[in-house]
Design a protein around this ligand. Structure first.
Ligand SMILES: CC(C)(COP(=O)(O)OP(=O)(O)OC[C@H]1O[C@@H](n2cnc3c(N)ncnc32)[C@H](O)[C@@H]1OP(=O)(O)O)[C@@H](O)C(=O)NCCC(=O)NCCS
Length: 233
């Protein structure tokens, strides 16, 4: 039986991860798919969370990848509310707009976190002044010769489970709803989350992770700020 191992990437994996991404996202018009550069620019930056860069090793070969990195949800402090009776906040409570500021400083997770939370790095910052941490899922890739046997589902779920263990609360993704709904993602605009991609409608999705303790943490909503590497995809 072929063994599947799901684990965070380590430094020796970077070449194999690059090959998986390049093969999964290959297009005739580009030598290097933007997803390859996205991962390489995120890696080592402020948004990188080493426990949440997950590989699928199948039969000893790295063939799958799912990445969660830090983004920040910015909203007026007053509009970050606990979910009354478990219902999501309305889209109307989100700030107007949705465009990401053009300046690098405004886009960086580090600068956003510095302005609105008490930490940088791997754990979950406390909310201060209406800026809350969240995660972006992507890229997700499985090498073409190993697609459609469950590896993509397994590696994404492993990344989401690891995020839950770290007390993360919110994950956003831009992708095909037909694929991501199996993990519980639904339309992010209906959760009051905006981004440069909100106008796309269904592909802009979000998932609330289950709380690990008995409390019901606040549900973030507002504008999701992505760090600079995302502006190139
Ligand atoms: C998307 C991807 C990661 C899925 O990985 P996988 O290992 O093939 O997926 P799984 O075997 O876990 O799941 C297969 C299921 O996903 C569906 N699926 C696969 N790719 C899909 C896609 N691009 N859109 C919608 N559904 C997709 C299949 O129809 C299948 O559905 P079923 O379970 O109802 O039969 C993989 O196909 C891939 O790397 N694609 C190229 C890169 C890409 O598009 N990444 C996602 C960006 S949003």
């Amino acid at each position: 039986m072929t063994t599947l191992r799901l684990r965070p990437e380590d430094p020796a994996d970077t070449g194999a991860i690059r090959r998986v991404l390049a093969a999964a996202f290959a297009r005739p018009d580009v030598a290097t798919p933007p997803e390859v550069r996205l991962v390489e620019e995120l890696r080592g930056g402020d948004a990188w969370l080493p426990e949440l860069a997950m590989v699928a090793e199948y039969g000893g070969e790295i063939v799958g990848y799912a990445l969660l990195t830090r983004v920040t949800v910015c909203s007026a402090a007053a509009s970050v509310t606990a979910r009354p009776g478990g219902s999501a906040p309305t889209a109307g409570s989100a700030p107007a707009g949705g465009g990401v500021p053009a300046g690098d400083g405004a886009l960086t997770a580090g600068s956003a976190l510095a302005g609105g939370s008490t930490r940088t790095g791997g754990g979950v910052p406390a909310r201060v002044g209406g800026s809350v941490p969240a995660l972006a899922l992507g890229p997700v890739a499985v090498a073409p010769h190993r697609q459609r046997i469950g590896l993509g589902t397994a590696v994404v779920q492993a990344a989401l489970d690891a995020a839950t263990e770290l007390d993360e609360r919110l994950v956003v993704v831009l992708g095909d709803p037909a694929y991501y709904r199996r993990f519980g993602f639904s339309r992010a605009d209906r959760m009051g989350l905006t981004s440069p991609w909100s106008g796309l409608g269904e592909p802009w999705q979000a998932l609330l992770l289950p709380p690990t303790d008995s409390g019901e943490p606040p549900t973030p909503h507002g504008e999701v700020l992505f760090p600079p590497p995302w502006s190139k995809v």
